[in-house]
Design a protein around this ligand. Structure first.
Ligand code: FES
Ligand code: MG
Length: 570
Protein backbone atom coordinates (compact mmCIF):
# COMPACT_ATOMS: atom_id res chain seq x y z
CA UNK A 1 0.00 0.00 0.00
CA UNK A 2 1.32 3.42 -0.86
CA UNK A 3 1.08 5.71 2.11
CA UNK A 4 -0.25 9.23 2.13
CA UNK A 5 3.15 10.61 3.14
CA UNK A 6 4.57 9.37 -0.17
CA UNK A 7 2.63 12.18 -1.82
CA UNK A 8 5.19 14.44 -0.14
CA UNK A 9 8.34 12.33 -0.03
CA UNK A 10 8.02 9.99 -3.02
CA UNK A 11 9.61 10.64 -6.43
CA UNK A 12 12.53 12.75 -7.63
CA UNK A 13 11.04 16.11 -8.43
CA UNK A 14 11.93 19.40 -6.83
CA UNK A 15 9.07 19.32 -4.33
CA UNK A 16 9.93 15.82 -3.07
CA UNK A 17 13.51 17.05 -2.63
CA UNK A 18 12.29 19.97 -0.52
CA UNK A 19 10.02 17.80 1.63
CA UNK A 20 12.77 15.24 2.28
CA UNK A 21 15.79 17.50 2.64
CA UNK A 22 14.34 19.69 5.38
CA UNK A 23 13.19 16.63 7.34
CA UNK A 24 16.53 14.80 7.12
CA UNK A 25 18.10 16.28 10.23
CA UNK A 26 18.94 13.06 11.99
CA UNK A 27 16.48 10.87 10.14
CA UNK A 28 18.10 8.09 8.09
CA UNK A 29 17.62 8.17 4.33
CA UNK A 30 15.38 5.12 4.40
CA UNK A 31 12.89 7.04 6.57
CA UNK A 32 11.54 8.24 3.22
CA UNK A 33 11.35 4.90 1.44
CA UNK A 34 7.59 4.72 1.84
CA UNK A 35 7.27 3.57 5.45
CA UNK A 36 4.44 5.06 7.50
CA UNK A 37 4.98 8.41 9.16
CA UNK A 38 3.10 8.68 12.42
CA UNK A 39 2.29 11.93 14.23
CA UNK A 40 2.17 11.96 18.00
CA UNK A 41 -0.34 14.71 18.77
CA UNK A 42 0.91 15.77 22.16
CA UNK A 43 -1.03 17.94 24.60
CA UNK A 44 1.87 18.05 27.07
CA UNK A 45 2.27 21.57 28.45
CA UNK A 46 3.55 23.12 31.64
CA UNK A 47 0.28 25.04 31.73
CA UNK A 48 -1.71 21.81 31.49
CA UNK A 49 -0.07 20.16 34.49
CA UNK A 50 -2.33 17.10 34.23
CA UNK A 51 -0.71 16.35 30.85
CA UNK A 52 2.88 17.51 31.47
CA UNK A 53 4.18 13.92 31.72
CA UNK A 54 2.97 13.07 28.22
CA UNK A 55 6.37 14.04 26.83
CA UNK A 56 7.78 10.98 28.57
CA UNK A 57 4.87 8.91 27.28
CA UNK A 58 5.65 10.19 23.77
CA UNK A 59 9.20 8.79 24.07
CA UNK A 60 7.83 5.30 24.66
CA UNK A 61 5.39 5.70 21.78
CA UNK A 62 8.25 6.74 19.50
CA UNK A 63 10.28 3.68 20.41
CA UNK A 64 7.29 1.47 19.63
CA UNK A 65 6.75 3.18 16.26
CA UNK A 66 10.43 2.76 15.28
CA UNK A 67 10.34 -0.86 16.40
CA UNK A 68 7.40 -1.55 14.08
CA UNK A 69 9.06 0.11 11.10
CA UNK A 70 7.37 3.51 11.24
CA UNK A 71 8.74 7.02 11.63
CA UNK A 72 7.46 8.91 14.70
CA UNK A 73 6.99 12.68 14.56
CA UNK A 74 5.92 14.63 17.60
CA UNK A 75 3.32 17.34 16.95
CA UNK A 76 2.58 19.69 19.85
CA UNK A 77 -1.09 20.67 19.70
CA UNK A 78 -3.29 23.15 21.52
CA UNK A 79 -3.57 22.03 25.13
CA UNK A 80 -6.25 22.96 27.66
CA UNK A 81 -5.58 22.99 31.37
CA UNK A 82 -8.95 22.78 33.07
CA UNK A 83 -7.96 24.66 36.22
CA UNK A 84 -6.10 27.48 34.49
CA UNK A 85 -7.87 28.38 31.30
CA UNK A 86 -10.44 31.19 31.41
CA UNK A 87 -13.30 31.84 31.02
CA UNK A 88 -13.79 28.07 30.66
CA UNK A 89 -11.72 25.41 28.89
CA UNK A 90 -14.88 24.38 27.02
CA UNK A 91 -14.74 27.62 25.01
CA UNK A 92 -11.49 26.36 23.49
CA UNK A 93 -12.38 22.69 22.93
CA UNK A 94 -13.55 23.30 19.37
CA UNK A 95 -10.56 25.54 18.67
CA UNK A 96 -8.20 22.80 19.84
CA UNK A 97 -10.11 20.28 17.72
CA UNK A 98 -10.04 22.53 14.66
CA UNK A 99 -6.35 23.39 14.87
CA UNK A 100 -5.37 19.76 15.46
CA UNK A 101 -7.52 18.56 12.58
CA UNK A 102 -5.97 21.10 10.21
CA UNK A 103 -2.38 20.35 11.24
CA UNK A 104 -2.91 16.61 10.85
CA UNK A 105 -4.31 17.16 7.37
CA UNK A 106 -1.69 19.70 6.33
CA UNK A 107 1.28 17.52 7.26
CA UNK A 108 2.82 14.42 5.62
CA UNK A 109 1.54 11.82 8.04
CA UNK A 110 -0.26 8.50 7.69
CA UNK A 111 -1.63 7.97 11.18
CA UNK A 112 -1.69 9.61 14.59
CA UNK A 113 -1.32 8.74 18.26
CA UNK A 114 -3.38 11.08 20.43
CA UNK A 115 -1.96 11.92 23.85
CA UNK A 116 -4.52 13.48 26.18
CA UNK A 117 -5.72 13.52 29.75
CA UNK A 118 -7.11 16.70 31.28
CA UNK A 119 -10.85 17.15 30.64
CA UNK A 120 -11.11 18.69 27.17
CA UNK A 121 -7.99 17.20 25.63
CA UNK A 122 -9.25 13.72 24.72
CA UNK A 123 -12.57 15.05 23.32
CA UNK A 124 -10.81 17.64 21.15
CA UNK A 125 -8.27 15.08 19.88
CA UNK A 126 -10.98 12.57 18.99
CA UNK A 127 -13.05 15.25 17.21
CA UNK A 128 -9.96 16.20 15.19
CA UNK A 129 -9.10 12.59 14.31
CA UNK A 130 -12.70 11.89 13.28
CA UNK A 131 -12.78 14.87 10.91
CA UNK A 132 -9.42 14.20 9.24
CA UNK A 133 -10.18 10.48 9.27
CA UNK A 134 -6.62 9.18 9.50
CA UNK A 135 -5.93 5.96 11.46
CA UNK A 136 -5.72 7.07 15.09
CA UNK A 137 -5.46 5.73 18.59
CA UNK A 138 -5.66 7.41 21.97
CA UNK A 139 -3.36 7.08 24.95
CA UNK A 140 -5.12 8.48 28.01
CA UNK A 141 -2.38 9.92 30.24
CA UNK A 142 -3.93 8.42 33.33
CA UNK A 143 -4.96 9.61 36.77
CA UNK A 144 -2.83 10.85 39.67
CA UNK A 145 -1.93 8.61 42.56
CA UNK A 146 -4.06 8.92 45.67
CA UNK A 147 -2.76 11.61 47.99
CA UNK A 148 -3.38 11.48 51.71
CA UNK A 149 -3.63 14.28 54.24
CA UNK A 150 -3.82 13.72 57.97
CA UNK A 151 -4.33 10.02 57.28
CA UNK A 152 -7.20 10.42 54.84
CA UNK A 153 -7.32 10.07 51.06
CA UNK A 154 -7.97 13.29 49.17
CA UNK A 155 -10.08 13.34 46.02
CA UNK A 156 -9.14 16.02 43.47
CA UNK A 157 -11.72 18.77 43.29
CA UNK A 158 -14.29 17.12 45.50
CA UNK A 159 -12.22 17.50 48.68
CA UNK A 160 -11.26 21.12 47.98
CA UNK A 161 -14.83 22.07 48.92
CA UNK A 162 -14.75 19.90 52.04
CA UNK A 163 -11.43 21.28 53.31
CA UNK A 164 -12.42 24.89 52.65
CA UNK A 165 -15.60 24.28 54.66
CA UNK A 166 -13.43 22.94 57.50
CA UNK A 167 -11.43 26.17 57.48
CA UNK A 168 -14.66 28.17 57.72
CA UNK A 169 -15.80 25.92 60.56
CA UNK A 170 -12.50 26.42 62.38
CA UNK A 171 -11.51 22.75 62.45
CA UNK A 172 -8.61 23.30 60.03
CA UNK A 173 -6.09 26.16 60.10
CA UNK A 174 -5.23 28.16 57.02
CA UNK A 175 -1.68 26.82 57.23
CA UNK A 176 -2.90 23.22 57.22
CA UNK A 177 -5.21 24.04 54.36
CA UNK A 178 -2.28 25.30 52.30
CA UNK A 179 -0.21 22.27 53.21
CA UNK A 180 -2.95 19.99 51.90
CA UNK A 181 -2.41 21.36 48.37
CA UNK A 182 0.61 19.19 47.69
CA UNK A 183 -1.06 16.21 49.34
CA UNK A 184 -4.06 16.48 47.06
CA UNK A 185 -1.99 16.79 43.89
CA UNK A 186 0.55 14.13 44.77
CA UNK A 187 1.85 13.05 41.39
CA UNK A 188 1.70 13.50 37.66
CA UNK A 189 -1.61 12.69 35.99
CA UNK A 190 -5.16 13.99 35.77
CA UNK A 191 -7.81 14.26 38.50
CA UNK A 192 -8.32 10.98 40.32
CA UNK A 193 -12.05 11.31 40.99
CA UNK A 194 -14.63 10.14 38.44
CA UNK A 195 -14.63 13.59 36.85
CA UNK A 196 -14.51 14.38 33.17
CA UNK A 197 -10.88 13.41 32.58
CA UNK A 198 -11.28 9.94 34.12
CA UNK A 199 -14.61 9.52 32.35
CA UNK A 200 -13.32 10.46 28.90
CA UNK A 201 -10.20 8.31 29.23
CA UNK A 202 -12.35 5.28 30.04
CA UNK A 203 -14.92 6.12 27.35
CA UNK A 204 -12.15 6.42 24.75
CA UNK A 205 -11.38 2.76 25.49
CA UNK A 206 -15.06 1.79 25.49
CA UNK A 207 -15.35 3.46 22.06
CA UNK A 208 -12.55 1.20 20.85
CA UNK A 209 -9.87 3.87 20.30
CA UNK A 210 -7.45 2.74 23.05
CA UNK A 211 -5.23 -0.32 23.37
CA UNK A 212 -7.56 -2.58 25.42
CA UNK A 213 -6.61 -2.51 29.09
CA UNK A 214 -4.69 0.76 29.02
CA UNK A 215 -7.29 3.33 30.11
CA UNK A 216 -7.23 4.11 33.82
CA UNK A 217 -3.59 3.10 34.30
CA UNK A 218 -2.23 5.67 36.76
CA UNK A 219 0.08 8.21 35.16
CA UNK A 220 3.20 7.23 37.19
CA UNK A 221 2.67 3.46 36.74
CA UNK A 222 5.39 1.82 34.64
CA UNK A 223 2.72 -0.12 32.78
CA UNK A 224 1.60 3.14 31.17
CA UNK A 225 4.96 3.37 29.42
CA UNK A 226 4.92 -0.32 28.54
CA UNK A 227 1.48 0.01 26.93
CA UNK A 228 2.51 3.27 25.28
CA UNK A 229 5.35 1.40 23.59
CA UNK A 230 2.84 -1.23 22.52
CA UNK A 231 0.47 1.49 21.27
CA UNK A 232 3.32 2.83 19.13
CA UNK A 233 3.66 -0.56 17.47
CA UNK A 234 -0.11 -0.88 17.12
CA UNK A 235 -0.57 2.42 15.26
CA UNK A 236 1.83 1.26 12.54
CA UNK A 237 -0.28 -1.88 12.19
CA UNK A 238 -3.44 0.25 12.17
CA UNK A 239 -2.07 2.25 9.24
CA UNK A 240 -1.24 -0.97 7.35
CA UNK A 241 -4.80 -2.20 8.00
CA UNK A 242 -6.11 1.25 7.01
CA UNK A 243 -8.44 1.18 9.99
CA UNK A 244 -9.75 4.75 10.04
CA UNK A 245 -12.15 6.36 12.53
CA UNK A 246 -14.92 6.25 9.90
CA UNK A 247 -14.68 2.45 9.91
CA UNK A 248 -13.72 1.89 13.55
CA UNK A 249 -16.36 4.09 15.16
CA UNK A 250 -19.99 3.15 14.59
CA UNK A 251 -23.26 3.65 16.38
CA UNK A 252 -22.42 0.39 18.19
CA UNK A 253 -19.22 1.98 19.57
CA UNK A 254 -21.27 4.85 20.99
CA UNK A 255 -23.77 2.37 22.41
CA UNK A 256 -20.92 0.80 24.35
CA UNK A 257 -19.66 4.19 25.50
CA UNK A 258 -23.11 5.10 26.84
CA UNK A 259 -23.42 1.80 28.74
CA UNK A 260 -19.96 2.43 30.18
CA UNK A 261 -20.80 6.00 31.13
CA UNK A 262 -23.69 4.74 33.25
CA UNK A 263 -21.82 1.79 34.81
CA UNK A 264 -18.85 3.93 35.88
CA UNK A 265 -21.08 6.79 37.07
CA UNK A 266 -19.25 9.12 34.71
CA UNK A 267 -19.43 12.86 34.22
CA UNK A 268 -22.46 14.51 32.56
CA UNK A 269 -19.94 16.39 30.39
CA UNK A 270 -19.42 13.17 28.46
CA UNK A 271 -22.86 13.66 26.90
CA UNK A 272 -21.78 16.84 25.11
CA UNK A 273 -18.41 15.36 24.11
CA UNK A 274 -19.82 12.11 22.71
CA UNK A 275 -22.46 14.03 20.74
CA UNK A 276 -19.74 16.25 19.27
CA UNK A 277 -17.50 13.30 18.32
CA UNK A 278 -20.45 11.46 16.74
CA UNK A 279 -21.32 14.62 14.81
CA UNK A 280 -17.85 14.62 13.23
CA UNK A 281 -18.45 11.04 12.05
CA UNK A 282 -21.94 11.57 10.70
CA UNK A 283 -23.30 9.09 13.24
CA UNK A 284 -26.89 9.75 14.15
CA UNK A 285 -26.50 9.96 17.92
CA UNK A 286 -29.11 11.95 19.84
CA UNK A 287 -29.84 12.87 23.43
CA UNK A 288 -32.65 10.31 23.37
CA UNK A 289 -30.06 7.56 22.80
CA UNK A 290 -28.47 8.38 26.14
CA UNK A 291 -31.78 7.97 27.93
CA UNK A 292 -32.73 4.80 26.04
CA UNK A 293 -29.37 2.97 26.11
CA UNK A 294 -28.39 4.09 29.62
CA UNK A 295 -31.67 3.23 31.27
CA UNK A 296 -31.43 0.10 33.37
CA UNK A 297 -27.63 0.08 33.35
CA UNK A 298 -26.46 -0.47 36.94
CA UNK A 299 -23.95 1.77 38.69
CA UNK A 300 -20.98 -0.44 39.57
CA UNK A 301 -18.07 1.88 40.28
CA UNK A 302 -17.81 3.34 43.78
CA UNK A 303 -15.72 6.43 43.10
CA UNK A 304 -15.83 10.01 44.37
CA UNK A 305 -17.66 12.38 43.95
CA UNK A 306 -20.73 10.19 44.42
CA UNK A 307 -18.89 7.32 46.12
CA UNK A 308 -15.82 6.56 48.18
CA UNK A 309 -12.77 5.52 46.19
CA UNK A 310 -10.40 7.03 43.63
CA UNK A 311 -9.00 6.02 40.23
CA UNK A 312 -5.97 4.22 41.66
CA UNK A 313 -8.41 1.97 43.54
CA UNK A 314 -10.39 1.30 40.37
CA UNK A 315 -7.20 0.19 38.61
CA UNK A 316 -6.25 -2.07 41.53
CA UNK A 317 -9.76 -3.54 41.64
CA UNK A 318 -9.61 -4.72 38.03
CA UNK A 319 -10.07 -1.53 36.06
CA UNK A 320 -12.41 -0.73 33.24
CA UNK A 321 -12.29 -4.23 31.76
CA UNK A 322 -13.61 -5.75 34.99
CA UNK A 323 -16.46 -3.24 34.95
CA UNK A 324 -17.25 -4.01 31.31
CA UNK A 325 -17.24 -7.73 31.93
CA UNK A 326 -19.98 -7.29 34.54
CA UNK A 327 -22.21 -5.55 31.97
CA UNK A 328 -21.01 -7.55 28.98
CA UNK A 329 -24.55 -8.60 28.01
CA UNK A 330 -25.49 -4.92 27.63
CA UNK A 331 -22.60 -4.17 25.25
CA UNK A 332 -22.91 -4.31 21.49
CA UNK A 333 -20.73 -7.26 20.38
CA UNK A 334 -20.27 -5.86 16.89
CA UNK A 335 -18.22 -2.82 17.96
CA UNK A 336 -14.50 -3.34 17.34
CA UNK A 337 -11.43 -1.73 18.82
CA UNK A 338 -8.06 -0.64 17.44
CA UNK A 339 -6.98 -4.25 17.98
CA UNK A 340 -9.28 -5.17 15.09
CA UNK A 341 -11.30 -7.42 17.39
CA UNK A 342 -14.60 -6.73 19.16
CA UNK A 343 -14.43 -4.90 22.48
CA UNK A 344 -16.20 -7.78 24.19
CA UNK A 345 -13.48 -10.23 23.03
CA UNK A 346 -11.00 -8.54 25.35
CA UNK A 347 -12.95 -9.09 28.54
CA UNK A 348 -12.56 -12.81 29.14
CA UNK A 349 -9.68 -12.51 31.60
CA UNK A 350 -11.08 -9.50 33.43
CA UNK A 351 -11.74 -10.01 37.13
CA UNK A 352 -13.16 -7.91 39.93
CA UNK A 353 -10.53 -8.05 42.69
CA UNK A 354 -12.27 -5.76 45.14
CA UNK A 355 -16.06 -5.67 45.14
CA UNK A 356 -16.11 -2.63 47.42
CA UNK A 357 -14.68 -0.62 44.49
CA UNK A 358 -16.32 -2.43 41.56
CA UNK A 359 -19.67 -3.86 42.59
CA UNK A 360 -20.84 -7.11 41.07
CA UNK A 361 -23.77 -6.97 38.73
CA UNK A 362 -26.04 -8.78 41.21
CA UNK A 363 -25.38 -6.17 43.89
CA UNK A 364 -25.03 -2.84 42.10
CA UNK A 365 -24.59 0.44 43.94
CA UNK A 366 -27.70 1.61 42.10
CA UNK A 367 -29.90 -0.39 39.75
CA UNK A 368 -30.35 2.40 37.19
CA UNK A 369 -27.53 4.86 36.61
CA UNK A 370 -28.44 6.33 33.22
CA UNK A 371 -28.96 9.94 32.30
CA UNK A 372 -32.53 11.22 32.03
CA UNK A 373 -33.41 13.56 29.16
CA UNK A 374 -36.15 16.02 30.05
CA UNK A 375 -38.38 17.90 27.67
CA UNK A 376 -41.13 20.45 28.10
CA UNK A 377 -41.91 24.07 27.41
CA UNK A 378 -38.80 25.07 29.34
CA UNK A 379 -36.49 22.81 27.34
CA UNK A 380 -38.01 22.13 23.90
CA UNK A 381 -34.76 20.56 22.64
CA UNK A 382 -33.99 18.78 25.86
CA UNK A 383 -32.11 19.08 29.14
CA UNK A 384 -30.37 16.40 31.18
CA UNK A 385 -30.29 15.27 34.77
CA UNK A 386 -28.34 12.47 36.41
CA UNK A 387 -31.00 10.93 38.68
CA UNK A 388 -28.37 8.84 40.49
CA UNK A 389 -26.73 12.09 41.68
CA UNK A 390 -30.05 13.76 42.61
CA UNK A 391 -32.26 13.64 45.72
CA UNK A 392 -35.11 11.15 45.38
CA UNK A 393 -37.62 13.48 47.05
CA UNK A 394 -36.95 16.18 44.44
CA UNK A 395 -37.31 14.04 41.32
CA UNK A 396 -40.96 15.07 41.23
CA UNK A 397 -41.28 18.65 42.35
CA UNK A 398 -43.26 21.86 41.90
CA UNK A 399 -41.85 25.15 43.07
CA UNK A 400 -41.58 28.85 42.38
CA UNK A 401 -38.71 30.07 40.22
CA UNK A 402 -36.04 32.43 41.48
CA UNK A 403 -34.30 33.62 38.36
CA UNK A 404 -30.71 34.85 37.99
CA UNK A 405 -29.50 36.54 34.81
CA UNK A 406 -25.83 35.67 35.16
CA UNK A 407 -23.44 33.98 37.52
CA UNK A 408 -22.48 37.46 38.80
CA UNK A 409 -26.14 38.23 39.52
CA UNK A 410 -26.40 34.90 41.31
CA UNK A 411 -23.32 35.52 43.48
CA UNK A 412 -24.49 39.03 44.35
CA UNK A 413 -27.91 37.92 45.60
CA UNK A 414 -27.90 34.29 46.69
CA UNK A 415 -26.81 34.91 50.29
CA UNK A 416 -28.92 38.04 50.72
CA UNK A 417 -30.89 37.42 53.93
CA UNK A 418 -33.88 39.15 52.30
CA UNK A 419 -33.96 36.85 49.26
CA UNK A 420 -37.44 35.33 49.13
CA UNK A 421 -36.35 31.70 48.94
CA UNK A 422 -37.26 28.45 50.68
CA UNK A 423 -36.40 24.79 50.25
CA UNK A 424 -39.15 24.37 47.63
CA UNK A 425 -37.92 27.21 45.43
CA UNK A 426 -36.40 26.37 42.06
CA UNK A 427 -33.14 28.21 41.32
CA UNK A 428 -32.88 29.18 37.65
CA UNK A 429 -29.60 30.45 36.20
CA UNK A 430 -29.45 31.57 32.57
CA UNK A 431 -26.87 33.08 30.26
CA UNK A 432 -24.52 30.14 30.85
CA UNK A 433 -25.01 28.21 27.62
CA UNK A 434 -22.47 27.85 24.80
CA UNK A 435 -23.33 31.27 23.32
CA UNK A 436 -24.33 33.14 26.41
CA UNK A 437 -21.23 32.87 28.59
CA UNK A 438 -19.59 32.02 26.12
CA UNK A 439 -18.37 28.43 26.32
CA UNK A 440 -20.93 26.76 28.61
CA UNK A 441 -19.06 26.81 31.94
CA UNK A 442 -19.47 24.43 34.88
CA UNK A 443 -21.63 26.67 37.05
CA UNK A 444 -24.96 24.84 37.02
CA UNK A 445 -24.61 23.28 40.47
CA UNK A 446 -25.27 26.61 42.13
CA UNK A 447 -24.38 26.78 45.84
CA UNK A 448 -27.48 26.86 48.03
CA UNK A 449 -28.47 30.03 49.92
CA UNK A 450 -26.58 30.29 53.18
CA UNK A 451 -29.72 30.76 55.23
CA UNK A 452 -31.16 27.50 53.90
CA UNK A 453 -27.88 25.66 54.49
CA UNK A 454 -28.07 26.81 58.10
CA UNK A 455 -31.58 25.35 58.27
CA UNK A 456 -30.15 22.02 57.16
CA UNK A 457 -31.31 22.13 53.52
CA UNK A 458 -28.82 20.09 51.47
CA UNK A 459 -30.34 20.02 47.98
CA UNK A 460 -32.72 22.06 45.85
CA UNK A 461 -33.93 21.85 42.26
CA UNK A 462 -31.62 23.93 40.10
CA UNK A 463 -31.98 24.62 36.37
CA UNK A 464 -29.32 26.03 34.08
CA UNK A 465 -28.23 26.16 30.45
CA UNK A 466 -24.62 25.53 31.49
CA UNK A 467 -22.71 22.42 32.53
CA UNK A 468 -21.69 20.99 35.89
CA UNK A 469 -18.28 19.75 36.98
CA UNK A 470 -17.90 16.00 36.77
CA UNK A 471 -16.92 16.12 40.43
CA UNK A 472 -20.24 17.67 41.55
CA UNK A 473 -23.76 16.40 42.20
CA UNK A 474 -27.29 17.39 43.27
CA UNK A 475 -30.76 17.74 41.73
CA UNK A 476 -29.40 19.86 38.92
CA UNK A 477 -30.96 20.13 35.48
CA UNK A 478 -28.22 20.89 32.99
CA UNK A 479 -27.61 21.71 29.33
CA UNK A 480 -31.08 23.27 28.81
CA UNK A 481 -31.58 23.67 25.06
CA UNK A 482 -32.06 26.00 23.43
CA UNK A 483 -30.15 28.17 25.88
CA UNK A 484 -31.45 31.60 26.90
CA UNK A 485 -28.98 33.43 24.64
CA UNK A 486 -30.19 31.42 21.64
CA UNK A 487 -33.78 32.51 22.24
CA UNK A 488 -34.75 29.57 24.43
CA UNK A 489 -37.74 29.89 26.78
CA UNK A 490 -35.34 30.04 29.72
CA UNK A 491 -34.87 33.72 28.76
CA UNK A 492 -38.58 34.39 29.39
CA UNK A 493 -39.07 32.73 32.76
CA UNK A 494 -39.73 35.17 35.60
CA UNK A 495 -39.20 34.97 39.32
CA UNK A 496 -42.42 33.68 40.84
CA UNK A 497 -43.41 31.43 37.90
CA UNK A 498 -44.31 27.89 38.95
CA UNK A 499 -42.00 25.22 37.58
CA UNK A 500 -42.87 21.53 37.45
CA UNK A 501 -40.22 18.82 37.30
CA UNK A 502 -41.19 15.19 36.79
CA UNK A 503 -38.12 13.07 36.08
CA UNK A 504 -40.12 9.86 35.87
CA UNK A 505 -42.26 11.34 33.08
CA UNK A 506 -39.18 13.15 31.69
CA UNK A 507 -40.91 16.56 31.88
CA UNK A 508 -39.70 20.05 32.70
CA UNK A 509 -42.33 22.79 32.36
CA UNK A 510 -43.09 26.30 33.48
CA UNK A 511 -46.77 26.75 34.29
CA UNK A 512 -47.34 29.68 31.97
CA UNK A 513 -49.67 29.39 28.95
CA UNK A 514 -47.60 28.93 25.81
CA UNK A 515 -48.89 32.08 24.06
CA UNK A 516 -48.17 34.16 27.13
CA UNK A 517 -44.66 32.70 27.43
CA UNK A 518 -43.99 33.33 23.74
CA UNK A 519 -45.22 36.92 24.00
CA UNK A 520 -42.87 37.82 26.83
CA UNK A 521 -39.75 39.80 25.93
CA UNK A 522 -36.49 39.11 27.76
CA UNK A 523 -35.74 42.11 29.96
CA UNK A 524 -32.64 44.27 29.55
CA UNK A 525 -30.79 42.63 32.47
CA UNK A 526 -31.22 39.26 30.80
CA UNK A 527 -29.87 40.53 27.49
CA UNK A 528 -27.01 42.29 29.28
CA UNK A 529 -26.02 38.94 30.76
CA UNK A 530 -25.19 37.45 27.34
CA UNK A 531 -21.69 37.62 25.87
CA UNK A 532 -21.24 39.94 22.87
CA UNK A 533 -17.68 39.38 21.69
CA UNK A 534 -16.48 41.78 19.01
CA UNK A 535 -13.66 39.80 17.37
CA UNK A 536 -11.39 36.77 17.47
CA UNK A 537 -12.18 33.22 18.39
CA UNK A 538 -14.95 34.21 20.83
CA UNK A 539 -16.75 36.01 18.02
CA UNK A 540 -16.43 33.05 15.66
CA UNK A 541 -17.55 30.74 18.45
CA UNK A 542 -20.65 32.73 19.44
CA UNK A 543 -21.68 33.14 15.80
CA UNK A 544 -21.38 29.43 15.01
CA UNK A 545 -21.67 27.28 18.13
CA UNK A 546 -24.48 24.73 18.11
CA UNK A 547 -26.60 23.97 21.15
CA UNK A 548 -25.76 21.46 23.84
CA UNK A 549 -28.20 18.84 22.53
CA UNK A 550 -26.06 18.46 19.41
CA UNK A 551 -22.67 18.66 21.12
CA UNK A 552 -21.90 22.41 21.17
CA UNK A 553 -19.61 22.08 18.16
CA UNK A 554 -19.27 24.84 15.58
CA UNK A 555 -21.82 24.36 12.81
CA UNK A 556 -19.15 24.36 10.07
CA UNK A 557 -17.00 21.80 11.90
CA UNK A 558 -19.67 19.11 12.03
CA UNK A 559 -18.74 16.23 9.71
CA UNK A 560 -15.49 15.24 8.08
CA UNK A 561 -13.29 16.60 5.28
CA UNK A 562 -11.06 13.53 5.08
CA UNK A 563 -7.30 13.67 4.68
CA UNK A 564 -6.97 14.96 1.13
CA UNK A 565 -5.11 18.18 0.35
CA UNK A 566 -5.44 19.32 -3.22
CA UNK A 567 -2.46 21.62 -3.67
CA UNK A 568 1.29 21.74 -3.22
CA UNK A 569 2.96 24.40 -1.10
CA UNK A 570 5.43 25.71 -3.64
FE1 FES B 1 -6.90 18.38 34.74
FE2 FES B 1 -8.91 17.78 36.56
S1 FES B 1 -7.80 19.62 36.26
S2 FES B 1 -8.11 16.62 34.97
MG1 MG C 1 -13.69 19.11 35.48
Amino acid sequence: MEHRSSQWYGGDDRNAYIHRAWMRRGLPADAFDGRPHIAIANTASDLTPCNAHLTEVARSVKEGIWAAGGVPLELPVVSLGETNVRPTAMLWRNMAAMSTEEMLRANPIDGVVLLGGCDKTIPSLLMAAASVDLPALVIPGGPMLTGTFRGEALGCGTDVWRLSEEVRAGTLTNEQFHRSESSMIRSRGHCNTMGTASTMGLLAEALGTVLPGLAGTPAPDSRLLEMSHESGRLIVDLVERDLRPSRLLTKASFHNAIVTLAAIGGSTNAVVHLLAIAGRLGIDLTLADFDRIGSGVPLLVNLQPAGTFLMEDLFRAGGLQAVLREVQDLLDPTAITVSGRPLVDHLNEATVWDASVIAHREEPLQPDAGIAVLRGNLAPDGAIIKPAAASIHLLKHRGRAIVFDSIEDFRARIDDPDLDVDADSVLVLRGCGPRGYPGMPEVSNMPLPKKLLEQGVRDMVRICDGRMSGTAYGTVILHVAPEAAAGGPLARVRTGDWITLDVHRRRLDVDVPQDELDAREPNQATLDGFAKPRRGWERLYVDHVTQADTGADLDFLVGSSGDAVARESH
